[in-house]
Write a protein that binds this ligand. Sequence first.
Ligand code: SAM
Length: 237
Amino acid sequence: LHITGPLGAGQCVELSKDQGHYLSGVMRLAPGDTLTVFDGASGAFRATIASASKRGGTLEIGKQTAPQRNPPDIWLCFAPIKKARTDFIVEKATELGAARICPVTTQYTNSERIRQDRLQAHALEAAEQCGGTFVPPVDDILPLRKMLADWPADRALIFCDETLSEDPDWAQGGHTSPFPPAPAAILIGPEGGFSPEERGVLRAHPNAHPVSLGPRILRADTAAAAALTLWQQAQGD
Ligand code: SAM
């Protein structure tokens, strides 16, 4: 369970109504039962339920069971698509160890609005589900232009380009392009892909590493999960 920190052994922590309901009503836990809690920065702790009901409750924080483990410095930048698929991207990016999630608007973006708080809550749930101690921050949405203008000088930009494998002018085409090490960011376009103009700007960007994920066109949510998996396999953990 995620608890607002900082956590430390010996503390008593008050549960919100939602947390109390989750532990007592959904997980069917009772006073004396134990669970693992984390705050996203201090590692994992064993906690004992002192009380829990739909009105709230109290946890007693016991000893630390795992140190804080942050993922390697890989961001996922993506253009939001339909709501359920955007939720899926945030959930899978968290499970696959994205260090930060950055929604961007592009020329063909399907949805220019996001509920940042909702997506952040999805990231938190996904971190709880996979037993992580880290919750990636979800940024507010930003136009691609602005994101590129402020791009950090030391961060590789892994531009996932489905047209690359067919482009005879692109000497490094094919899915064998190496994934650069951290600090890095993966960029995934919307359902309609990047516009020709955006593709030109991205390929010319000084930090860009255009990569192909193979000869098939993947849906944006599949592409995000595949690119993160490939990067983690090549560089991360
Ligand atoms: N423009 C395409 C179309 O409408 O035919 C499809 C875009 S695809 C659904 C969405 C995004 O996923 C792309 O912008 C790209 O970032 C990524 N993507 C999908 N397949 C890919 C591949 N084989 N290699 C690299 N990136 C891919």
